[in-house]
Design a protein. Structure first.
Length: 125
């Protein structure tokens, strides 16, 4: 894609399916909040998410906006898949006070891009 690793990005159907994306640092914060809140010997289950979905088309637009590079797409037949998947994270917000602070699609893409370009520049040639 934008980094040059793949030539094209395959999109099922029109790219309108909605998925939720959570920044890895937000997930780490949620994990830490759960570790510090749960009593030893007990286990709890919390969904971690923003509750906000983004279409595949919007993700690719964010990649182009953030990187300044065009993402070549190939349209594939629509897949049998749910039109929308987002988490209900109301419990972790209510019980632990956790909420995402970095999970906008532009921030996720920008941080991933910074990581990829830093890694690429560190590779000896």
């Amino acid at each position: 894609m934008a980094s040059g690793v793949c030539e094209v990005f395959g999109v099922n159907g029109d790219g309108a399916v909605i998925r939720e994306y959570v920044h890895v640092a937000d997930i780490a914060d949620a994990y830490l909040a759960a570790l510090t809140a749960v009593r030893p010997g007990r286990s709890e289950i919390f969904n971690v998410g923003t509750g906000v979905g983004v279409s595949v088309a919007d993700v690719l637009a964010a990649v182009e906006r953030v990187t300044g590079r065009t993402v070549r797409r190939v349209r594939r037949p629509p897949a049998v898949e749910p039109p929308m998947l987002v988490a209900d994270s109301s419990r972790i917000r209510a019980e632990l006070g956790w909420h995402s602070t970095r999970s906008t699609i532009d921030r996720i893409v920008a941080d991933a891009w910074d990581c990829a370009t830093a890694r690429a520049s560190a590779v000896p040639r």
